[in-house]
Design a protein. Structure first.
Length: 194
């Protein structure tokens, strides 16, 4: 028999994510404390002897997240998945982080933001710092062009995106104004067959 919980499944998931975020930061803080007490060359030996259930790579991620949270205290209040915290801790260039965190604060303060949505918001924040105030879709595209820096097409593509203006969307006529006659409907035949 299923036991009826007072909390909804969504609330339980939020609680688990909050614990996970807090644990990552707290474990990272403890690892940084231990590393600071080790002499040069002792850290790896201490880590291996401690018998943790995670790898050195994971421990390093925890420490980077702890450093990020120390630098940007508001990150601890954001409802982000662990993968997003790792991405933020590894983000380059670091100068983007204040604007990225500002953007994330707009969207991830109340509800858990899935990683794919967070990646888009990270691009928007980075784009806003690098390129200024453009529509969000344009900022994402501008950041997506970053791997092409130095290639012959890059500067032209950036200029083209920056010059685009938002065009007003065409409004569809109200349903009462639309024709319902069958001849007003578009043909389903390809053009070459008409």
């Amino acid at each position: 028999m299923k036991r009826k919980n007072v909390r909804s499944l969504g609330e339980i998931a939020d609680s688990i994510h909050r614990l996970e975020r807090a644990n990552i930061k707290d474990i990272g803080d403890a690892l940084l404390e231990a590393k600071s007490q080790c002499e040069h060359g002792e850290w790896l030996q201490w880590f291996n002897d401690a018998g943790f259930a995670w790898s050195l790579v994971t421990a390093e991620r925890y420490m980077r997240v702890a450093k990020l949270c120390a630098k940007f205290v508001s990150v601890t209040n954001l409802k982000l998945a662990a993968t997003t915290l790792y991405e933020l801790a590894d983000h380059e260039p670091e100068e983007d982080l204040p604007e990225i965190i500002k953007e994330l604060t707009k969207h991830a303060a109340k509800a858990l933001m899935p990683p794919h949505d967070a990646r888009r918001v990270i691009k928007i924040g980075a784009g806003r710092r690098r390129f200024g105030d453009y529509p969000e879709a344009t900022l994402v595209q501008l950041v997506d062009l970053d791997p092409g820096v130095g290639k012959p097409w890059h500067d032209k593509a950036v200029a083209a995106l920056k010059s685009r203006r938002r065009t007003p969307t065409r409004r569809r006529a109200p349903s009462s104004a639309r024709s319902t006659a069958s001849d007003a409907r578009p043909s389903t035949k390809p053009r070459w067959m008409r």
